[in-house]
Ligand binder design. Structure first.
Ligand SMILES: O=C(O)CCC(=O)C(=O)O
Ligand SMILES: [Fe+2]
Length: 297
């Protein structure tokens, strides 16, 4: 595997020409220290509060997108994937207005990009940890684009902006990409690897030295995966938030939005493989699970 010996970039109020050139060539770019230590601890406490709110209110889905439940290393309920998280936190909503994030929309040029706070899955919080009852330790090879096909729209360029909340040096696993694959044909986008099933490392893949507060941006058409941490417990914890930057017609989701087919498929797969219902670990969710409007706060 290659390590990502890219130039060290820092994100300012505008995207520089070398940053744009680098991104257009590789389909991925890492920016160091996007969040300083103080902002990071604020964001981490917001993330914990959003999780507590969702557990307390027995929320199963947000705007049609199922939350993914597991349990933490001490056995307490954990939400391992939260969609539309900014709908539950003013601080997260404010973060999405950071002018440096808005500047990233220029990476989509010549398309007009916008932060998809209410579109796709909105601000997503992924929380990976290796425990016996964790449902989420890794993610197989995929691109983020066929979701558009399932939703009946054509594939448009998009960015996925990752804000990393834990240190994740290369040897801890984490994000792996096949740089440059955003320039592939539709056939290769669909069939280069078996979507989500294939976890095999690729000799051409690139991994990253991530420090908490770093930011990565990848093109939605780029092949990528998440390598499982070889560690267990606290050392395996990896929290990363993803923000979609999208183009084309505004397609907001709302409380009555249907659950996309591919999420139903993921739930079915888990069921067939004898996995516990995703909310089984969340003791707070006994009784009927409520679907609450994501604009509850
Ligand atoms: O956790 C990551 O870094 C990547 C997640 C991802 O690729 C996805 O949710 O589509
Ligand atoms: Fe992805």
């Amino acid at each position: 595997m290659k390590t990502n010996n890219q130039p060290v970039f820092h994100l300012g109020k505008t995207v520089t020409a070398p940053q744009l050139t680098y991104f257009q060539q590789h389909g991925i770019i890492q920016f160091k220290n996007f969040l300083d230590k103080e902002s990071l601890s604020l964001i981490l406490s917001e993330v914990a509060q959003v999780q507590d709110f969702l557990l307390r209110n027995q929320v199963e889905k947000v705007n049609g997108i199922p939350l993914k439940f597991g349990s933490d290393i001490n056995g307490t309920p954990l939400i391992q994937r939260i969609a539309f998280a900014s709908h539950y936190s003013n601080a997260l909503r404010e973060l999405l207005k950071d002018e440096r994030l808005l500047a990233l929309t220029n990476l989509l040029s010549p398309y007009d990009g916008r932060i998809g706070e209410n579109e796709k899955d909105g601000l997503v919080i992924n929380h990976y940890v290796n425990t016996d009852s964790s449902q989420f330790r890794q993610l197989g090879w995929h691109t983020d684009s066929p979701r558009d096909l399932f939703l009946g729209t054509r594939i448009l360029p998009m960015l996925n902006v990752g804000i990393h909340l834990d240190d994740c040096p290369l040897e801890n696993g984490g994000l792996r990409v096949l740089a440059g694959t955003h320039h592939q044909s539709l056939f290769r986008l669909l069939f280069r690897k078996k979507y989500f099933i294939d976890h095999t490392p690729d000799e051409r893949e690139t991994g990253f030295e991530i420090e908490a507060g770093d930011l990565t941006v990848h093109d939605g058409r780029l092949w990528h995966r998440v390598q499982q941490s070889p560690f267990t417990g606290e050392k395996s914890r990896r929290r990363v938030m993803y923000i979609p930057v999208v183009t084309g017609a505004y397609q907001p989701k709302h409380a009555q939005s249907p659950t996309p087919f591919y999420h139903k498929l993921a739930q079915l797969k888990q069921h067939l493989h004898g996995g516990k219902p995703q909310w089984a670990a969340a003791k707070a969710t006994e009784g009927k699970l409520a679907k609450v409007n994501s604009t509850a706060i």
